[in-house]
Each structure stands twice: as C-alpha cells, then as structure tokens.
Design a protein around this ligand. Structure first.
Ligand code: NDP
Length: 447
C-alpha cells in the first residue's frame, strides 16, 4: 500500500506538465519523497496510459509509476467523491486549476468532506484581490486546519532566494549594515525578455503587478527586510515574514507617484520580432493589462524607515535582469587624497544565474591613491532541486515553512490594493514601450 497519494486536479494543464511533474520527478529521483501514487484528473477524456506517458515525459525517465487518471468535473461533488475514493493513504490535493475553478472545487469539497490529514496545495494567484483572498481563506479553514494548507509561491523554493537567509543570518558582516543608517535603497527586479508566450488566457486577466509583484517579489522583499527569526520552523519563519509585510505600504501612500504601468508595443529582441501585446491572440486590448509594473514601497520599521524598496517586473524587456540590489549610502568621509569613481557600494543577489556580487571601490592596480571599482562575485549554482521540487518536498513532508500563510496572502493583496484601485480609476496612465527596449522612459528605478 502506498503511503501517500498526490491528487492533481488539472492534470492535463500547463503547470502540471511544465513545473509540477518535473519538480516531483527530481524530488523522487533524489530520494526526497516517499513512494507516492499519482491520481490525475481533468475534463479531458484521457486514460491511465496517456497520463502515465505525460508523467514519464515530465519526469524525463522511463519508470514504473503508480498513476491513474480519472476524468472528472472538480466542481461536482459526486466526481470529487470518486476521485477521493481512488486515493490511498495520506491525500495531498494539488489544485492546478484556473483560480475560479479552484474556489468552486473547494466549495464542493466542503460539502463532500475530506478524510483526516488531507493537505491542500493552492497555486497563485490566491484570489483576485484582498476580499476574495479573505473569502477563500475562510472557506479553506472549513476544509482543513491552516497548517495543512500550502499556498505555493515557487520563488520561495529558489535556491538564491533561500540563500538570502544564510547570507544575512549566518554571517557577521552584512546584517549590521542592512539598516536605514547604511542603505540608500533596495531594488527587486524581475525583467524578462520573453513576451506573452501564448498565455493570454491567464496573463491578460492578471498583468505584471499581480503575476509578479503581488506574489513573488513581495516574498523576496520579506526575505530581505525581515528580522532574524529565532529558528526556521514554520511558525517562527512565517511570523517574521508576516511582521515585516504588515509594516509595508505604498511609498507616501500615493500610487500616482509611487507606481508605473506600461505595456509593450511591437519590437524586436535579438532575432525575435514580437507583435504588440494588444495584438497578441486572446488579448482584450481594451482591458488595458500592463506587461510592466513598478511600485515603490516603504517598510515602516526602525530598521527600514525611509528606505525605498522599488519593485519592478516587465515582459519583453531588452535586458533580462533578475536580481535584488541593495545600494548603500556613500562612505561618510573619504580621506582627502584618495580619488576615483564614487560608485556606491552594492550587494547584488542575482536570481538567474544564481550568483552573489558585491560592488566596492578599492585601491586597485596602478596609482595606489586612485580608487578602482571592483566586483567580488561568486556563483553558487542552482540547488539540487528545482523550485517546485523544493516546495513539494515541504508539502509532502507536511512542513509548511515554504508555503505562504493565509494572513500573509491577504497582506500581500492589502499592500498592492491601493495601486490596483488607482490604476482602475485611471489615476496612473498606461504607458507604452517597444518590445526589446528598457521599458518606459520615466522609470521609478535608476537606469
Ligand atoms: P491550464 O489552463 O493549462 O490548465 C487548467 C487545468 O484545469 C486543465 O487540466 C483543465 O482540464 C482543468 N480544469 C479546468 N476546469 C476544470 C473542471 N471544472 N474540472 C476539472 N478540471 C478542470 O492552466 P495552468 O496549468 O497554466 O494553471 C493552473 C494554475 O496554476 C492557475 O492557478 C495558474 O495561475 C497557476 N500557475 C500557472 C503557472 C504556469 O506556468 N502555467 C505558473 C504559476 C502558477 P482540461 O484541459 O481537461 O479542461
């Protein structure tokens, strides 16, 4: 008998094939999970063999897999009962479904009832605003206790993001200077050179603010800004993150000056020609969805008061840039006689490739009284597990440390809600930038 069954709702979808199954495959390969049965379901009329082929393809290897597929409408109680009956041992239900279907499936599961010990795994976006996130949380805790609800943010499974903990809290030299006395600003940027990539169905309803800033980039902000938790157990770690996010709000509480939104027009990136976002198949141009968003946030704590945290994410940007950059204030005094560039010291945490860099000015070669800019850098390579594997390990071991807690999910909406409201009210114009360019010219981040 198998110990656990992973019940994947949305087995035929993109997330399951591209991220969930490859992450699981790697986790199993490295021995990081117990023997597990896979029950997949979707509206498609697949059979067991087609599902097993999908699993084998995503795992990237040919092995015997305890996998079954059941066609089901997950908003229907009888279908859900059939699915639960097909599971053995502990049940982990992964909702790889469109968000509106997830909410309906949860409502139906409340009526069906769940076996004790069942865990629920939910994808982003968690709700579509603060109110719907609150309602979804209220529904979920009627199904299982909070500790068994895993809200996935796979950025928390990225090795570089997790390395922020080691960098900050296992070394003496950075933590004392990560304060408003020494830090000028923090930029968290996730610019990609890819355009829509046929994902209009999801993306056109979300946009860059919700797709990236409300979820992933706020989690990174929390990792950079939180105080050291006494331990990395789920309770302490998630408390520290929640505490700092509670203190976070739009800079000056004015989204008109502290946010930007823009969408790409036709352009070229390398050899690739991209059509205007508005002309991509499936896009409703009148909706005015942004493909690039910037928000400046304040963190009202003793440590960070007065330091702007500038978050930005864009699609179809010429220069891929995926990093968090801490820019330090100038040295209070440089002895007369030492000359050279006055480039600020910077700590760069690069997310792709995984790398750490420290920009400094030192007495380089040549005239010893002339400063030269240097960069100390180290690649630390990706983790053994892909981010989804890391997150799934926590889910399967029933350790919610890397899952987003319910209050935090709501808080992240609360932080960006004034921006959403201002954009809806037309208080911040939707700008345009050619695909392949650096984005709108009046960016809130320095070039
Ligand atoms: P897809 O549209 O590719 O897949 C959705 C899946 O849900 C399909 O398997 C579909 O089955 C199934 N489904 C829809 N309605 C029902 C129903 N009533 N009963 C049973 N099954 C149903 O979506 P994605 O995989 O892209 O996204 C899934 C979730 O993951 C979303 O919440 C998304 O925001 C999130 N996500 C996705 C990422 C990605 O890269 N794809 C990245 C991060 C998060 P069928 O095809 O048979 O109709």
């Amino acid at each position: 008998m198998t110990d656990q069954t992973l019940l994947i709702l949305g087995a035929s979808g993109d997330l399951t094939a591209r991220l969930l199954l490859p992450g699981l495959g790697k986790l199993l390969e490295l021995g990081g999970a117990k023997d597990i049965a896979l029950v997949g379901s979707g509206m498609d009329d697949w059979d067991d063999e087609r599902w097993r082929a999908r699993v084998r393809e995503s795992f990237g290897r040919d092995e015997e897999i305890d996998a079954r597929y059941l066609r089901a409408d997950v908003t229907d109680g009888d279908d859900l009962t059939r699915l639960l009956d097909a599971c053995h041992g502990e049940i982990v239900i992964f909702f790889a479904l469109p968000p509106s279907v997830t909410a309906k499936a949860c409502a139906a599961l409340r009526d069906v009832g769940l076996p004790p010990g069942t865990r629920l795994v939910l994808e982003k976006p968690f709700g579509v605003d603060e109110k719907t996130a609150h309602a979804l949380n209220a529904l979920l805790v009627q199904l299982v206790p909070e500790a068994r609800i895993h809200r996935v943010d796979h950025f928390l499974g990225k090795s570089t993001v997790l390395n922020i903990l080691g960098l900050r809290f296992a070394n003496r030299i950075f933590e004392p200077v990560l304060t408003n006395q020494h830090v000028e600003s923090v930029d968290i940027v996730f610019d990609e050179d890819l355009g829509l990539e046929s994902r209009a169905g999801y993306y056109d309803g979300a946009g860059a603010l919700v797709d990236m800033i409300q979820s992933h980039l706020l989690q990174i902000l929390a990792m950079i800004a939180m105080d050291a938790p006494p331990s990395l157990d789920a309770h302490e770690f998630r408390d520290s993150k929640a505490q700092v996010l509670r203190a976070t709000h739009v800079w000056g509480d004015d989204p008109r000056t502290a946010s930007r939104r823009a969408r790409y027009t036709a352009g070229t990136i390398g050899e690739r020609s991209l059509p205007s976002y508005a002309d991509e198949p499936g896009v409703d141009a009148a909706r005015g969805t942004e493909t690039l968003a910037e928000v400046v946030l304040a963190v009202d704590t003793w440590r960070w008061a007065g330091v702007p945290f500038r978050l930005r994410s864009g699609k179809a940007v010429g220069n891929r840039r995926k990093e968090a950059v801490v820019t330090f204030k100038p040295a209070p005094w440089v002895p007369t006689g030492l000359t050279g560039p006055d480039r600020p010291d910077r700590l760069r945490i690069l997310f792709s490739p995984d790398r750490l860099e420290l920009d400094l000015d030192i007495n380089g070669p040549g005239d010893p009284f002339v400063l030269d800019p240097v960069t100390l850098g180290s690649d630390f390579g990706p983790g053994a597990l892909p981010p989804y594997g890391e997150v799934l390990r926590g889910v399967l071991e029933d350790d919610p440390t890397l899952s987003v807690r319910g209050d935090t999910a709501e808080m992240c909406w609360h932080i960006v809600q004034p921006v959403i409201d201002a954009w809806r009210a037309g208080e911040v114009p939707l700008q345009e930038y050619p695909a392949g360019s650096a984005g709108p010219s009046d960016s809130l981040l320095p070039g």
